[in-house]
Design a protein around this ligand. Sequence first.
Ligand code: HGY
Ligand code: MN
Ligand code: MN
Ligand code: MN
Length: 399
Amino acid sequence: MTDLAGRFRRLWDEIAPVGRDAGSGGYLRYALTEPEVWLREWFREQADRRGMPVHSDGNGNLFAWWGDPAAGEAVLTGSHFDSVPHGGAYDGPLGIVSAFLAVDELRAAGVTPVRPVVVGAFVEEEGARFGVPCLGSRLLTGEIAVERAAGLRDAAGVSFADALGDRPAGADPALLGRFAAFVELHVEQGRALVEQDAPVAVASAIWPHGRWRFDFHGEGNHAGTTRMVDRRDPMLTYAFTVLAANKEARLRDAHATVARVAVEPNATNAIPSRVTGWLDARAAEPETLHGLVEAVRAKAAERARRDGTELALTEESATPLVAFDGGLAKRLATLLDAPVLPTGAGHDAGVLAAHLPTAMLFVRNPTGVSHSPAESATDADCAAGVTALARVLEELACR
Ligand code: HGY
Ligand code: MN
Ligand code: MN
Ligand code: MN
């Protein structure tokens, strides 16, 4: 194991057990809950160890500064700590651990930044607790209204403002204006790097994607005494809609997932009064995405009429096609001699890309699986990711 791979492993082992579910091996690191708060404290300790002052933007995002803050626009790097339920170890934390190690590499090489390097940790990137992904970066950029963000509630009814301990500060154009670029390193959520036999890639784009909530309202009733012909069962409309989403996505070579459902009253012997399903839809092109969502909506509405149920559709979040800064992506791909890949996964980099030159680096994932305990990365490839990130930071902040 190379020395850097060894240093990666030692730092990684400090956080690996935090929030890990013994049963599934996956992670339960929901934003601002105990394991993620522990990681935020760990972030502060890592910054302190490196003499990097930490600043919070009042939205739950943390920023650790290396170099003279007055020395010009900074280069931001970092990612998120939070996970989806039973998510993988690397999605998010790899970008933060790699950022601190990249700073160590530059310092060990005697490199000092001519502009500050900032390591960032964004809150609620997965949207697994409060329902809106990239909540922290959307607050920082003003993409989501403070009122809406503050009032978002988790399954226990706790609001984001309560979890944060204060009303979020919202957009901070002055802070955003202090960043010249953002580079997010992230585990690849796919197998392209395995197929291309490369440890690191540069991102070209993020597919347009979003989340739509389908509320199906029917008539709650007794499972044993209600004739089939008399039912207005929203579970039927929901089930049909899931199949329609799958079919419409396949027709369009797009991605549609319904993986979260809420049923009222959720009793075995009671026909539901309401069934709520969340559609995660993604496609390479915006018009394909919108065509997919509209087709699913139309099929759901048609089925609702047949079932005597009502449909209410709410767009909960939408991210347009993110074409990363082409010049920057090409420059980094040349610097690193790395392939360039699009991704169907959303990232804080996708939000910041609308506000400053942004790039992403992907680190090979041998299983290609993500949002699952099966997500993986080797220490050697993670070390290659640190080396690549250090070279990028040297290129952007130290010349
Ligand atoms: O859902 C996503 O694409 C990201 O991992 N939050
Ligand atoms: Mn994720
Ligand atoms: Mn992620
Ligand atoms: Mn992400």
